[in-house]
Design a protein around this ligand. Structure first.
Ligand code: CA
Length: 319
């Protein structure tokens, strides 16, 4: 063997055995996701409750942590109004600020978490570096409109048109109730907030970052808070994932709508907030948080990579 190669191998071996393993592996870690401020994740309707609130962001927190980010996973009511959930998140953000001593945090909200993070950014903008919406219904969801109409029956899954039944059944499946069962009472408040009318009312109170045109971008920075968003337009992205079928059924509620491309629950244009990173990932609503159990499209960027890239974007922006 070439003497130089032998020396090199010997040196590497010596390094491996003489270095504590965590320090050795840190030689290969980058600070790619090491944002200046902690990242706080805010979930959506955790009725995807079969998933469980803590695993909601499947493998995403660790993916961010391994290259330097401090990540906190928060938990609010599964179903409540945007304001109640926002107030719950506000308290947790204040705790995180106190525990870490950080001057600010970066908020990332999925689905109904969109409204939660905007609530907090609206109330304490001086403590928020950025607010990023992932698959968030900034302008509401026709699925929520349709399900609210159906729920006035008020038994979900009541005989109705084929389309309505598909949408309601798909939604019920996602939330963990069988067709024909009643929605829990507090789900009405949550659903109401996600209707077009509910979202419009919330936007009047918390307008920061909301596009003023039908499908434009919103302000990139308001009161010192940077606003970002991304969303998906994928359907049946992974046939092994049972949630893909339910998501596709719920997506039928978009047929004939102006904002018809959707991720199953949120329209492409409705997902827009602040600076639009991309609004048409080939992901359905649950793929966006790498669910279920990583069953996502193999023909699209992995959701974990999209989160990593965003952490790097925040880092490079000094956030
Ligand atoms: Ca999926």
């Amino acid at each position: 063997m070439n003497r130089k190669i032998s020396l090199l191998l010997a040196s590497i071996f010596a390094l491996v055995i003489s270095t504590p393993s965590h320090a050795f592996w840190s030689l290969f870690n980058s600070s790619y996701t090491k944002t200046k401020y902690p990242i706080v994740l805010a979930h959506g309707m955790a009725g995807f409750d079969n998933i469980g609130p803590l695993d909601y962001w499947y493998q995403i927190p660790n993916e961010l942590r391994k290259d330097g980010a401090k990540v906190f996973v928060t938990q609010v009511s599964s179903f409540e109004s945007s304001e109640v959930r926002g107030e719950q998140l506000l308290r947790q953000v204040e705790e995180i600020l106190a525990i870490t001593g950080a001057a600010k945090v970066n908020l990332i909200g999925h689905s109904h978490g969109n409204q939660s993070i905007r609530y907090v950014a609206g109330v304490i903008p001086h403590r928020i570096a950025s607010a990023t919406s992932v698959g968030g219904p900034t302008k509401g969801s026709p699925a929520a409109d349709l399900i609210m109409q159906a729920s006035e029956l008020p038994v979900i899954g009541s005989p109705a048109t084929g389309l309505l039944t598909s949408v309601v059944d798909g939604f019920g499946w996602l939330l963990g109730f069988g067709a024909g069962e009643k929605l829990p009472q507090d789900s009405y408040a949550g659903l109401q907030s996600l209707t077009t009318a509910g979202a419009t009312a919330f936007n009047a109170k918390f307008p920061a970052g909301v596009p003023t045109t039908a499908c434009g971008e919103g302000a990139y920075s308001v009161n010192g808070v940077r606003y970002f968003s991304w969303g998906g337009t994928g359907t049946m992205t992974n046939l092994l994932d049972p949630s893909a079928y339910a998501m596709a059924a719920v997506g039928l509620s978009f047929v004939g709508k102006a904002d018809s491309q959707n991720d199953g629950l949120v329209g492409r244009c409705s997902s827009r907030l602040g600076k639009v990173i991309r609004d048409n990932y080939y992901m359905d609503h649950l793929d966006e948080v790498n669910q279920i159990l990583g069953l996502v499209s193999i023909f699209e960027a992995n959701p974990k990579s999209v989160f990593r890239q965003h952490a790097n974007r925040l880092k490079n922006a000094g956030l």
